[in-house]
Design a protein around this ligand. Sequence first.
Ligand SMILES: [Zn+2]
Length: 728
Amino acid sequence: MSNSKQQKPFEKENYPISSEIIYYGDRKFTYVVIQEGTYPPTVNHTEAPNYFPIPDNYIIKTTWGQASRSRTIQYSIYYAEEKPHYLICFGDNLQYQVVSAQSPFDASVELHKIITPDKKTAVSGVYLFGLQLKCIDRYRKGRPRELKLHEELSKTTQIKRAKGLEKKEQIHFENSIKNFYNPKDRVVLRTLDFTIENKEYHVTFEDDDSVKKKQKLQSMAYVQDIENIPSNAYRHLAAVESTLPREYAISQTRQEINACMGELIPINFIDLNSTIVQEGPLEEPDITDTLIIEQVVSATGKGAYQSVKKILEYIIPSYIKKGVLDPAIPTIHLRISGDGRNVGRKVKHVMITVALLDDSMNLFKPDCHYTTVLFPGTENYPTLTVAVNALIQELQELSNNGMIINNILWNFELFFSSDWKFLANCLGFNAANSNYFCPWCEITKNQRGNGQVDWVISKSMSILNENPIAYPGHKLPPLFNMISLKNHVPDKLHIMLRITDRLWELVLQEIKNEGLFNDISRNIIIKEMEKLKIRFEFWKIRGTENWDYTSLMGDDKLRVLRNFNLAKLFDPERAALIKSLWNGFAELYDLLGEIKTDPQYFRLKAKVWYELFLKKTVIDPETNNILEQGLYRSSDVTPYIHVLVSHVWEFMLIHKRWGLNAFSCSAVEKKNHNHVCYFFKKTLKNGGNFQNKTSAICEILEHENRLLFYTQNNVSLSYPKPQNIHIL
Ligand SMILES: [Zn+2]
């Protein structure tokens, strides 16, 4: 009986070899373990102060009391819906039962009501169930338990188990960090990904970092906006890749940015209905998609305006930050640009933008031109007058008084750039085919061949401001009358496009004049174009004997100019002569874009080229033989050729600081073109029907303002990639 001298309580046992355990405490209990049971992952515990874990699927026989009155009763515990139920079976054949879902104590009280109804006390339920026994507990914990299959568990249990594992791993991770990293390294366990069968679990340990989350959403909205990724396309992607944020979250972010920008740069709508006048069919359409045309036509009558001052207020601080503007030299060189895209043959989509010449390195980017006026409709003086009314007032104020931004008074020098037609409209001036055709000098049509006169910029805005019809051909007051005429700079893109058109037209004309405009030469041209990878066709104009042909796109024009083999169409001498004119023009075009080109050198080169253009045929009066081949007549000179030869050098000289590239309209054209193609189609797609007159222009401006928001707030387009580690 040496054991009995041991300090109580103690267990006399040889578990699990022997299933009998004798417990010596305040009382003696003898147990026989029938079924050891397991601790479920969501194990419950007995009440304070013991907190003994309560097993599942557990059966034990307990004997207690003095030998004469001892009882043997069977106690079981099983879990149902994660709660232990206590079952006591007694009687000779265990035919009587007491069950409690409350506690071992409660079960014991119920039992004693039956077996000792006259006594008020009951034996402790914990001891009856043997829950204090350390030997079983130890053994149970040391042995892997057979758990239910994941798929057999309820959803809540599945999640509880994952959480249990997560907590264990987190503790383990935190304990291990010190063995691998310095505490200053701030190692944090963030996520744990694992799979159970095919079910993926993604466990996050941190609180949701709302700032980071917001940044990510803004980045996603940014990507969607610059790439014009449709929402439904994104929704598909997010359905495939679960780590992508949901589309509605991005859409909400977009709305928030719209609201924020709407406060800073409000979009004001302009009613243009009264100014709609039916015009004759437009020249070559830039956009031919019938759906887009339909949408743009339906949207005419409304325009939108965003305050230039508000735009400047928003963007100027970042230009200072980038070092583009210096508050010590507080002058901003603001370029206004106008562009009208021909959408079909009836309407235009007109866009007026502002940009900072000071940022001349980036002016080729459409995003550096900020839209102030936008409208689908016609590009004529009455419409423009209404559309630009607010803009003109602001420009006048900027020009007269400057503007204070962040306590700095900025002065403004204003510039204007557009194609010929837009410029003429804004100047209240003649069409290009009028007798007085040049916005800058007073040349007339029949003076074009007069190489003796050096035409220079001779008109001035101040004279037009005093008297709008001071110069012949000027009929209405100039709209941008606060911008000097020397700062109305011709667009080099259009110079190239229109002069190339003319040179090509003259070549075709010559073939026609020779009577050689037949299938053979047409095929030669088509083949030669094919070689240059340009799709080109001829077709007969209905009801006439005249032929029309594919109009060349911008880049195609340069390729034709540089590479078209004229020897396929003309005799070698003639081909060489025309080629030298074409080459001369290509060279001028290159020089025009170079900021280092000396304007006087350009002037000389242009003059030589002009003389070649007008080269006269020399005929031997006696024999009537051609001694020297000539080229074209003065009536072949177009307004653009006049500008190239007479004024471009002067503009190069005046605007040497920026270079003529800084006045190119191609970025604005591109911006306008892309916007029309995307947004007028998009509104249709979204609604199925035409929404309303302002929905597309509103979307264009909101889109543009969001881009401003992203750049001004440094919204990131990329994040550092995590280091991937692969452990097999
Ligand atoms: Zn002129």
